[in-house]
Design a protein around this ligand. Structure first.
Ligand code: CAA
Length: 404
């Protein structure tokens, strides 16, 4: 009994310490952060919105739009200027992700993978040579990156890697298949996770930088998806690809930890994407409710609709607070595994539920493509799946709150 009490008081103390860490809690955005938000909103409304329905219909990758995002500094937002980035904080990044995702989640997933998985991973763990050669063009948006962990039989169970990279002395020989790879055909630089020592389990996994065009590297079939249809999701095949030794990231055996660390930050980006999708649905539903009349008055004057809007706004605000808290944790150097996982779990649930409500408020118009909300509803679903399913987030959260 006393042991249990001790555990409970330790939990309370840990959490009190956590809460007291938020002395710096501040709901005001800086002028710089507001300017980033405004620039992202402007870009989304004026550049992304006009072609978003067509890109979704045709499954067309937003190549020109991504190029422009790069020129504006949105593809390497948190990378230091020394390596071609914008040197911004994570709060600015989630603000931009929210605004872009309100309009086009296919564009924002490309942006998120490039920023949080590829650029952040290279800046934090890459060698100086790797940063000079690969990070700078990625951070400037001149090239696009992809992160390759998932396999046909290794999704949530990410340690079950079948892709192998055999040490041949002066190089590694890479063989295997990666699935559902975002930016699959548009990327030039791929971070590929592979097993180098099967006996060592996850400690025998490494991460490698693979270049488009390396012999034996084939971009396979494109997925025909329910949502984020403008994003190019592919199978990748590696047949005896010779990988230079200097393309391994970190110490031998660091690959799985690398993937986990990178994904912890990635989850904050996807949480912000989910938040944006939900907030985009609310903006559309609010606007529609003011122009659509039924039973002699605008529909927002009916309590049935007003209460729906109130619930949507409340849920979305809660998700935003969680996303910003996780981003603030990262900026302050605090651990963000748990707050990032919680933000993704909650924001993706809000995105799914509240985009259904946005469609409902639009009635029949919500079911047709012209009104945008049906796309948001389709796009929302993937936020509960990629960069760790909601069930994986619960594994991360429960392990964090239960650890001694
Ligand atoms: N940071 C650093 N290391 C971590 C870590 C973290 N956040 N989480 C776990 N690790 C380490 C552990 O410490 C352990 O290493 P040691 O033995 O050296 O201590 C090692 O990783 C294995 O950890 P677990 O025993 O916890 O591993 P597990 O098999 O139980 O799996 C898991 C844990 C959380 C379920 C993990 O497998 C996981 O996150 N799965 C989901 C994978 C995922 O998110 N895939 C997304 C694909 S990428 C994508 O979607 C991008 C896109 O295109 C949009």
């Amino acid at each position: 009994m006393y042991e249990n009490l001790n555990k409970i008081s330790k939990f309370v103390i840990d959490n009190f310490v956590n809460i007291s860490n938020y002395n710096d809690m501040n709901f005001e955005l800086t002028e710089e952060q507001l300017a980033v938000k405004e620039a992202a909103r402007d870009f989304a409304q004026n550049v992304l919105k006009p072609g978003v329905i067509e890109r979704d219909n045709l499954q067309k990758f937003p190549a020109e739009e991504i190029k422009q995002l790069g020129e504006l500094g949105f593809m390497g937002m948190m990378v230091s200027p020394e390596y071609g980035g914008s040197g911004m904080d994570t709060i600015s990044y989630v603000l931009a992700m929210e605004e872009i995702s309100k309009i086009d989640a296919s564009t924002s997933v490309c942006m998120s993978v490039n920023n949080s998985l590829v650029c952040w991973g290279l800046e934090k763990y890459g060698t100086e040579e790797q940063k000079q050669k690969y990070l700078i063009p990625l951070a400037k948006g001149e090239k696009i990156g992809a992160f390759c962990l998932s396999e046909p039989e290794a999704g949530s169970d990410a340690t079950s890697q079948r892709t192998t990279a055999i040490d041949m002395g002066d190089h590694y020989l890479l063989n295997g298949t990666k699935n559902w790879i975002t930016n699959g055909s548009s990327a030039s630089t791929y971070l590929v996770i592979a097993q180098t020592n099967v006996e060592a389990g996850h400690k025998g996994i490494n991460a490698f930088i693979i270049e488009r065009g390396m012999e034996g590297f084939i971009v396979g079939a494109k997925e025909d998806k329910m949502g984020i249809r403008g994003s190019d999701t592919h199978t990748l095949l590696f047949n005896d690809v010779k990988v230079p030794k200097e393309n391994r990231i970190g110490e031998d055996g660091f690959g799985f930890n690398f993937a986990m660390k990178v994904l912890s930050g990635g989850r904050i980006g996807i949480a912000a994407q989910a938040l944006g999708i939900a907030a985009g649905g609310l903006e559309l539903a609010l606007a529609y409710s003011k122009v659509r009349s039924a039973f002699g008055k605008e529909i927002f004057k009916h309590q049935a609709i007003a209460f729906k809007l109130a619930d949507m706004a409340t849920e979305i605000d809660a998700a935003r607070l969680m996303v910003h808290r996780a981003a603030a944790d990262k900026d302050a150097g605090r651990n963000y595994d748990q707050s990032g996982a919680m933000a993704k779990l909650y924001a993706s649930k809000v995105a799914m539920e509240q985009t259904v409500e946005a469609v409902q408020i639009h009635g029949g118009y919500g079911f047709v493509k012209e009104y945008h909300v049906e796309r948001l509803m389709r796009d929302a679903k993937i936020t509960q799946i990629y960069e760790g399913t909601s069930e994986v987030q619960k594994i991360v959260i429960s392990r964090n709150i239960l650890k001694d």
